[in-house]
Write a protein that binds this ligand. Sequence first.
Ligand code: ADP
Ligand code: MG
Length: 910
Amino acid sequence: MPKKYVYFFSKHETEGNKDMKNLLGGKGANLAEMASLGIPVPPGFTITTEVCTYFMEHKSRFPEGLEQTVDRTMKKVEKIMNQKFGDPKDPLLVSVRSGARASMPGMMETVLNVGLTSKTCEGLIQKTANPRFVYDAYRRLIQMYSDVVMEKAEGIEPAEGRGVRQQLEQELGKMKKARGVRNDTDLTAGDLKELIAIYKAKVKEVLGKEFPDDAKKQLWGGVAAVFKSWNGKRAISYRRIEGIPDAWGTAINVQTMVFGNMGDTSATGVAFSRNPATGENKFYGEWLPNAQGEDVVAGIRTPNPLNESTKGEQNRHLPSLETAMPVVYRELDGFRRKLERHYRDMQDIEFTIQEGKLWMLQCRVGKRTGTAALNMAMDMFREKLITDRDVVMRVTPAQLDELLHPIVDPAAEKSAQEAGKLLAKGLPAGPGGANGQLVFTAVAAVEWTRTGKKVILAREETNPEDVEGMRAAVGILTARGGMTSHAALVARGWGKCCIVGAGEIHIDANAKTMTVKGQVFREGDFITLNGTRGYIYADQLAMKDATENPLFQQFMKIVDKHRKMGVRTNADTPEDAARARGFGAEGIGLFRTEHMFYGRGSDEPLFILRKMILSKTEEERRRALAELFPFVKRSIKGTLEAMEGLPVTIRLLAPPLHEFVPQNEEKQKALADSLGITLEDVRKRGLELHESNPMMGHRGVRLGITYPEVTEMQIRAIFEASAELILAGKKCLPEIMVPVTCDVNELKHQKEICRKIYREVVAQTGIKAIPYLYGTMIEIPRAALLADEMAQEADFFSFGTNDLTQMGFGFSRDDIGGFMKEYLDKKILAADPFQTIDRAGIGQLIQIAVERGRRTKKNLKIGICGEHGGEPKSVEFCYEAGMTYVSCSPFRVPIARLAAAQAGLRHGKK
Ligand code: ADP
Ligand code: MG
């Protein structure tokens, strides 16, 4: 049987329904659905997306038999309307509307009033006795058709402002000026008739072709042009951003025209069944009397508010539909309720009123802000419109993220863009927005903040010594670095707005200037960052407070009810641990011992650590370690205590030591004195620590193998801290994690130390037992492949996906700024693997490790502690891979909880 290419819809008979979006597009499927529900929809038919695909694959030809089918279906429409398409006496007019599977608002084309010709025009005037309306419709057709069909679809690319549409609009403007009127509605029938003649001449002049004076020609020209608009520039870039496949194609709806431009009892409008910005359960929208289609959104006239209760400052003086046409408004409100009940979600509606009669032209699930998504979901749950499972699925992780951070006011951002204040784009490393005064050093950031100023710290790149300044600043901007660069990691950990790798900006910390495209900014100048998008603006843009919604906690409770995978946090201090617990963390998945060497209060431990690093002999090193011990123990104890018996994964020292070698002379001198050696010796020992590839150098477990006393000290700190807590009647559950391992023998070696210290501490404190686990971080591909062996010695695995990705790809994560953008633009890679786990490659390593690890130990605890642990798509992958938990920075804990629950609902039981 040949394929069915055309689906009819009318109040008597409808062939499609809302579940046929793939074939009929969203618009077509919903027009069919509304027609079936008995809602007044002008009759018409949908040409399927398959025809579009055929058309694209066959050099813009239509499939066999389409024309006859369209003719046949058109006859059905004509019969209902008791009019004929192209009939000079009583012509049927139609719109030719695009409509893809996924809504692409405004990205493709639509042509209205198709079928108006010099002949049908006369007939319609006879019939309606309303020449003004007919000429208005005709001049709109010429405007749209010449633009969409005769110019764009032909691939003509006129110079800026020289497109046929703009040139016709200029003629319209001239006419209005000549008649001394402000609105097009003030032009008379005579004016418009004259304008049509001018339009036709102009079209001929600009495009070298006559405007087609034949209804059928117009129809097929329109259909071909709408299909071609699938490959229009706007549509293509929108698909890139939204990740919509190019192969889908669009459907086309050919639909009987209804007219909002027949006079003052006619109108057109757009509405939302609830407020899409706030979620408030009030009918919200805009309308215009005596207007057609896109006038409302195009901003030709200021639209009127839909009803009294949603009037705002700017439109208080304008008439609402509720008061202007109360009967129609009540009917519309009825459809709003009916559609919401039917679709069980907020609807975005288009309608037209023709001489007092209401017609519905479109409905779809409406786009909304994070706040609105949360409020609507909770309201609809209370209204019993949706189930608690639906509630979980109704808020996307990105929307939840938005709720947790202050953001740049979208309106302010839009006008800033229009005013040319968008300076540059970088990688969106830390979400939310921030505005403040520029500073170029960490010291200045701290000082300025102390005097009550809000600052943005701009650096070429950041290093551990900037931490205080980063903490003080409201936002962080760097010219170099990737999404997992130090600055980005730290910023996200604090929920701080941060943009990294903004290659276009140049920072001169000495001169205290930032140069962007020739513009120079100085210390104290205001800038604004949109860390969610990576946009950098001049000036201080208004911010929107993402105030804590009281519904948030309730929502998260429902989320947790459906969540099967655990969520922990990466936290290094008791404060972070407490904050993360507030966000719902069920343990710590990564506590980094080295954290105490950064930031506030780090002077003393860092000094001792440096002594340890520069030690030449075991004896020197043991002395330094003994000094360091109380600091390590205190920090571990505080965090274990804050977690009250929840598991805390403590990672043994991981970073390359050279990171801590002092560069400034004063500090080198102090160290020399303390070690009883010369300044020259300190420098020499520092140089000896230099490595060509420090990230693959003497770090992690390798330190513990070469200097067992370093492991000993840390293990002792963990067990003594635990023992003291137990003696004080408290609970604790440390999990000792050995980093950067590649072989089971490393684990065996370190385990010996662990056991020895355990026995010593137990004997020395007299407690019976200290509960603990011993495990490893899987971050080297070899360890993943040998997971069955690793599991013989490990009680748990935690995937360090930052390093696993770095080593799996051979991409240095601190240096991806130089090529990642090109890799994405040129589609070499679909996504930055440091942001979203690369399922194809790194994902395989993870799956192999999970499977082999559990083959050895059935109940092996498996988690992830890399940055990916808070990224929704990666969380979903972790769930599918069968992990026990994910771990992420405190601020991302709610997002991970939501993503985990959604993965569970999507993929079923694990
Ligand atoms: P978009 O997808 O860009 O919104 P539409 O196909 O919905 O494009 O059409 C644009 C505008 O034209 C809408 O405001 C719609 O209401 C109006 N319109 C489309 N078809 C008709 C019709 N048959 N009668 C009256 N107005 C129409
Ligand atoms: Mg529309």
